[in-house]
Design a protein around this ligand. Structure first.
Ligand code: C6P
Length: 418
């Protein structure tokens, strides 16, 4: 029986943001003489003490290689590592831990699917359908696959608001389409895509769907069984966990049929020079010593999220985004990039005559961390005709006062630039 780690609770009412802030030691510092306002969470979020402690406990008490030793430390490390897999399974409501593959992050997960699933099933003339708002990690692996197989990459266009053109999506689906790979939430625009609809239409034609959940997972309750997606990928470091660890969810039948991605230790059952028998799932896809402490740290991050509840976090972040958007709209020189009706906690913007890199640098001088650049989504920048945007992205520990600091910082730098 599957148990949700995310208790349903009333949003924002009773949301004790100051208490949660105290869980993040890094936030209690000044940058350039100002209290740190960390609004670069879409790039990577900060880590609660529970995660830092879990990682240091592994190295202080329980560290050894996993799946290999009969000794106590190896057994402890293995139990905790596999415990983290079970936590990841519950986070996504996957049916089985066999469907949870530990990878380095969303990027590696997509490359794995492209090179294993894609390379073994696609042929020249087949089509892979992505969208115009994808991160490079959900573009380049498919381009590489197209070069290798002769398959063709097709792109679902977006509106100026930053929403997928769903009629065009329906038109692009054909007998040639062999895979749909779209982001659940855009890192450059904040758009949350109607993935249920996307999956339903693809499945009506028997086409599997991969969802890039790198941005969605820290903000939304994801239920891979309810969604019925075929693959779901995410990165631990955006989910308040460590970097270097992420999750590939795949339906068991698909993963079973897929060839290994990399060869080496742990992914085999038996090796001779003539023949190798591969291990069972999920180990078939986990060659070599994994990121042991990081996986355990990710498990601690999932536990931590469970103590607050993702629904409560999402409601809090929506409040921050609504307030930030409303305030941003009062600044005539500011243009919001990405105004989809359904958005996650990301505010991308440009300012007249001020380069986004200057915005980022000057905001840093008053302690505010935002990301400035193309956000690894160059096609999105091309679509809007901008080289880059400044991006404020919110997390469970951000406050309305921090939104005020951002807006004041923007107003100040507009004054400085005249
Ligand atoms: N986006 C950002 O600042 P990795 O690097 O593998 O952890 O995640 C890649 C990735 C894939 N898909 C989406 C939608 C993403 O946002 C990211 C990472 C960061 O927006 C770093 S470029």
């Amino acid at each position: 029986m599957s148990v949700s780690v995310f208790p349903k609770q009333a949003p924002t009412v009773g949301y004790d943001v100051e208490r949660y802030r105290a869980d993040f030691p890094i936030l209690q510092q000044a940058i350039n003489g100002h209290p740190l306002v960390y609004l670069d969470n879409a790039a990577s979020s900060q880590k609660p003490k529970a995660v830092i402690d879990a990682i240091s406990r592994v190295y202080l008490q329980d560290y050894a290689n996993v799946h290999r030793g009969v000794h106590t430390l190896s057994q402890r490390a293995t139990d905790q590592f596999e415990g983290a897999r079970e936590k990841a399974r519950r986070l996504l409501n996957a049916a089985k831990t066999e469907e949870i593959v530990f990878v380095r992050g969303a990027t590696e997960a997509i490359n794995l699917v492209a090179q294993s699933y894609g390379r073994s099933t696609l042929q020249a003339g087949d089509e892979i359908l992505i969208s115009a708002m994808e991160h490079h990690s959900n573009i380049v692996p498919w381009q590489m696959l197209c070069q290798q197989t002769g398959a063709v990459l097709k792109v679902i266009p977006i509106s100026h608001q930053g929403e997928l053109l769903l009629e065009r999506y329906a038109d692009l689906l054909s007998d040639r389409t062999k895979l749909v790979a779209v982001t659940h939430m855009s890192n450059a625009l904040g758009t949350i895509n109607p993935v249920e609809h996307i999956i339903r239409l693809a499945h009506e034609r028997g086409i599997p769907v991969l969802l890039d959940g790198a941005q969605a997972a820290p903000h939304l309750v994801v239920d891979v069984r309810a969604l019925d997606c075929d693959f779901y990928v995410l990165s631990g470091h955006k989910l308040y966990g460590p970097s270097g660890i992420g999750i590939l969810y795949g339906k068991e039948a698909l993963l079973k049929a897929m060839p290994p991605y990399q060869g080496g230790g742990d992914m085999i059952r038996m090796v001779s020079f003539e023949r190798t028998q591969y291990n069972t799932l999920p180990y078939k896809f986990e060659a070599g010593t994994p990121a042991i402490a990081d996986a355990i740290g990710l498990g601690a991050a999932i536990d931590y999220l469970g103590t607050i509840g993702l629904e409560a976090i999402a409601a809090h972040e929506n409040e921050l985004l609504a307030y930030a958007t409303q305030q941003a709209r009062t600044i005539p020189q500011l243009k919001i990039i990405g105004e989809a009706a359904h958005k996650g906690a990301i505010l991308s913007f440009t300012l007249d005559h001020i380069h986004p890199h200057d915005i980022g640098t000057l905001l840093d001088q008053v302690g505010i961390a935002v990301r400035a650049g193309h956000h690894c989504a160059m096609p999105v920048m091309d679509f809007y005709g901008v080289p880059a945007t400044a991006r404020a992205s919110f997390a469970l520990y951000n406050t309305l006062e921090e939104v005020d600091a951002l807006i004041n910082g923007i107003k100040q730098l507009i004054e400085v630039f005249g």
